[in-house]
Design a protein around this ligand. Sequence first.
Ligand SMILES: Nc1ncnc2c1ncn2[C@@H]1O[C@H](COP(=O)(O)OP(=O)(O)OP(=O)(O)O)[C@@H](O)[C@H]1O
Ligand SMILES: [Mg+2]
Length: 241
Amino acid sequence: MTGPDARTARLSPAEAPGAPGHHAATATDREVTVLRAAGIEKAYARGVWPVRHRVPVLRGVDVALAPGEVVGLVGENGSGKSTLMKILVGALAADAGTVTYSGRLGYCPQEPVVYERLTCDEHFELFGRAYGMTGEAERRSGRALYAALGFERYAGTRADQLSGGTLAKLNLALALLADPEVLMLDEPYAGFDFDTYLRFWELVAERRQSGRSVLIISHFVTDEERFDRIVQLRDGRTVPR
Ligand SMILES: Nc1ncnc2c1ncn2[C@@H]1O[C@H](COP(=O)(O)OP(=O)(O)OP(=O)(O)O)[C@@H](O)[C@H]1O
Ligand SMILES: [Mg+2]
């Protein structure tokens, strides 16, 4: 996706155009969870008049994330994982339910959200500003992310000239740039080679250690032991696995 939506889609709900049902956590919520969603419902319109109808995708989803928790969200294709994550980050409005969060949310969408004519460095600069970071903090974080994901040699390359895997690294790095308390990743490692996949899990482990929370969507989970907990989306509801 490109265009003016690209930036706001990344921002935390506090900064993004307000989605109904989204609010900051109260002090008591904050002690137990960094993010809690309750009773999330969403239906999409299908077909054209006169056979237009609404197809329910989410039918009352409850999900919560504790500080330092790494949770996997699984489910078959079309089960509504991306829809749920968009609602959790405030990029899409739910039909019903509430999302309560504290701190900053970082979001890595399934389809990379970049500006094709900007280089990796320019993306860091742009997103750093959108996140309200100082130039120095943005450059320090950018350097660390280039090193952690191994793509510093593409710092001056335009997004439309990156390989699929490197684009996926940039997509992930932009979600991590401001060191968010809650990180939401929609199929982050689909395009990664094995070495990058292992580096990815090192980054996740570091976040867990520093009390940051991560929600990771995957349609198959090969390394179950890397997650603290896995929830499955089935028939529009979350069930433990
Ligand atoms: N903007 C939209 N308009 C209409 N229907 C939609 C829209 N977005 C998603 N859907 C439908 O909602 C359902 C859930 O889609 P979603 O992308 O959330 O699934 P998913 O679990 O992320 O799938 P995948 O594993 O393929 O990424 C699908 O049936 C999809 O066709
Ligand atoms: Mg999806």
